[in-house]
Design a protein around this ligand. Structure first.
Ligand code: MN
Ligand code: MN
Length: 340
């Protein structure tokens, strides 16, 4: 294993209790510059793409606070991300709360700086439209595949006749712009009433693999993981986690809740099942604190960020050690497990 003593570490909860200090993502150092990082945690405090109940602009701050509950070693995989990757909080992207098109440019610019520094972005939203400017930065050289957790496909065309950019359209735009390979895209948990029966046809015609919630429960977690790995294969892959893919009993604090979703436990198992893929970026979006009086949705979102952070750090370690073997074919020796 590489020398790790210089890697940024979270503030220890055994030195300053986890409820104390200034909240950053995972209690990591707040950095002005992503240079030298393997993974950059960032926020996009913006919800101008929201079509119904706004509030996700408050997500990054609530997620930073809730993320202070996270400890350091994954309880199942034993991945210790801060021992195998250089990870820091690089702050929030600039946004313009009253100008959607300007915000898309600002977010792209912010994430492009992270990408140019060689760091993988793990972004806290914000509404789901933020995935588009993130992809414009991380997928500018070649399209990426995607594992997409959501109740909604987010491949609709327009809203109110003319608006092409909403949180219901980012992946249609990303496919049109050549950023997202629909044939390497899987959407898991799709459900909810539609405006029309053909709403999701466009995505399927492009080749997206849609796993409705009905199919999810028919197949079960292990087979869905297998299907996700088959679809994205060994190419560069983005993970996008909309908290409304979860049942609203677990994540009520979101703008567009849909009942009948998967549980937090099932979602955690699916994320863990993506270990070993060629991961190039991820986001957790649609946490809307105004609809989250208990704060539990923020805890859920922060925990999903930690789950994703573990598999991202593992991907960093595998690349460093030349052991990027997707589809579970890694030798298991260099996957970031802490020696016990
Ligand atoms: Mn979404
Ligand atoms: Mn959604």
């Amino acid at each position: 294993m590489a020398q790790t003593s210089a890697f940024p570490k979270p503030q220890s909860g055994l030195v300053v209790p986890r409820f104390g200090g200034i909240a950053t993502f995972m209690r990591l150092p707040l950095l002005d510059d992503p240079a030298g990082l393997d993974i950059a945690l960032l926020g996009v405090p913006w919800d101008g793409g929201t079509t119904n109940r706004a509030g996700a602009r408050h997500g990054p701050r609530a997620l930073r606070d809730a993320s202070c509950l996270m400890r350091y070693v994954h309880h199942v995989s034993r991945i210790s991300p801060y021992d195998i990757a250089r990870i820091g909080d690089v702050g929030d992207s600039s946004v313009n709360p009253i100008d959607l098109m300007d915000t898309l440019k600002r977010v792209q610019k912010f994430v492009a700086r992270v990408h140019a520094a060689g760091a993988i972005p793990l972004t806290a939203g914000g509404d789901h439209l933020i995935s588009l400017p993130i992809m414009r930065a991380v997928a500018k050289d070649r399209p990426v595949g995607m594992v997409h957790f959501d109740a909604h496909t987010d491949t609709w065309d327009r809203y109110f006749g003319e608006c092409k950019y909403t949180h219901g359209t980012p992946f249609r735009r990303a496919i049109e712009e050549g950023l997202l390979d629909p044939k390497r895209t899987i959407q898991i948990g799709i459900r909810g009433s539609l405006y029309g029966e053909a709403d999701n046809d466009w995505g399927e015609q492009q080749g997206i693999r849609i796993v409705t919630i009905e199919e999810f429960y028919k197949l079960g977690v292990d087979k869905v993981i297998k299907e996700a790995r088959r679809v994205v294969g060994d190419g560069p892959t983005y993970v996008s986690f909309d908290v409304d893919g979860l049942d609203p009993v677990y994540a009520p604090g979101t703008g567009t809740p849909e009942i009948g979703g998967y549980s937090t436990h099932e979602a955690q198992a699916m994320i863990r099942g993506l270990q070993g893929l060629d991961l190039v970026g991820a986001d957790v979006v649609e946490v809307a604190p105004p609809f989250d009086p208990s704060g539990n949705t923020a805890v859920v979102g922060a925990t999903m960020m930690f789950e994703i952070l573990c598999i991202l750090a593992d991907a960093v370690a595998r690349r460093r050690e030349g052991n990027m073997k997707p589809n579970g074919k890694g030798n298991g020796k260099s996957n970031g497990k802490r020696k016990r």
